[in-house]
Design a protein around this ligand. Structure first.
Ligand code: ZN
Length: 255
């Protein structure tokens, strides 16, 4: 891989890349349990892998991932009661995003991309971007542009059909399921143990949230659907589709 990781560059090389207009991609993840069969960092590793490939494609750079995220919600991440899941308050996520973007802008970066790997972060990333743009306007910087995206939104119907064979449970219950596990099997097989996958039907939730949550609503595995049908080949396909889709979208957006 050509040099895309900001943290591994010396500052003059970084300043030169920024000066030539390189967009900076920032993976935003979480430390969150993903079932008994997988490590707790897929939400960091997956957007990072995608960001590095996209950056190599479009001449961009990748900032170190934000390794913590907003609180796991029961109907999308199993819930924040699970051991290991280590979360930030929403205002902290917002502040981190705002501060990093402001620093990048100070370096001369004018195109930034937030690649989200943890559903619950979405609104706080948006808020951080909004606050950063507002502060930059006060400083007279009006040409800083940001793209916010979640990588799974680039997985098209043909890919879903090829992987799930008509049995797609929906992204809402994919936490720790076939999507993330397949990507991890392809990218980081050492962090997955398929012999520990629980076989259970997708979680079913009512159309409302209850607080305090009812832990018994979350399947005992912590996953919201089973990863039993995860395959490294599916992961390879998903990765390719995401990288192509995101690279194309960024070329268009920053044109
Ligand atoms: Zn995840």
């Amino acid at each position: 891989m050509n040099q895309v990781r900001i943290a591994e560059l010396a500052w003059p090389a970084y300043a030169e890349r920024v000066g030539s207009g390189a967009p900076v991609l920032i993976p935003v993840g979480a430390l969150e349990q993903h079932g008994p069969h997988m490590s707790m960092n897929p939400d960091v590793l997956l957007p990072t892998a995608i960001a590095e490939r996209v950056a190599a494609d479009i001449g961009g750079l990748v900032a170190p991932a934000i390794a913590y995220g907003y609180k796991s919600q029961q109907k999308s991440g199993g819930g924040n009661h699970m051991p290991g899941t280590t979360s930030l308050d929403g205002s902290t996520v917002t502040s981190i995003i705002r501060d990093v973007l402001r620093e990048l802008a100070r370096h001369g970066v004018r195109k930034a991309v937030l690649i989200n790997g943890h559903y619950e972060n979405s609104a706080f990333i948006t808020e951080g971007v909004d606050l950063a743009l507002r502060e930059l306007r006060w400083d007279g910087i009006v040409d800083f542009r940001c793209i916010i995206l979640s990588y799974w939104d680039f997985i098209d119907q043909a890919t879903i059909d090829a992987i799930y064979q008509g049995d797609f449970p929906g992204w809402a219950v994919e936490h720790g399921g076939v999507l993330e596990t397949s990507l991890m099997l392809h990218l980081h097989p050492d962090l997955v143990d398929m012999s520990l996958v629980h076989d259970h039907p997708p979680a079913v939730f009512p159309p409302y949230d209850v607080f305090p949550i009812k832990p018994e609503w979350t399947p005992a595995s912590g996953c919201l659907s089973s990863a039993k049908r995860a395959r490294a080949e599916h992961g390879e396909l998903i990765l390719r589709v995401c990288v192509q889709g995101i690279s194309g979208a960024l070329r268009t957006a920053f044109d």
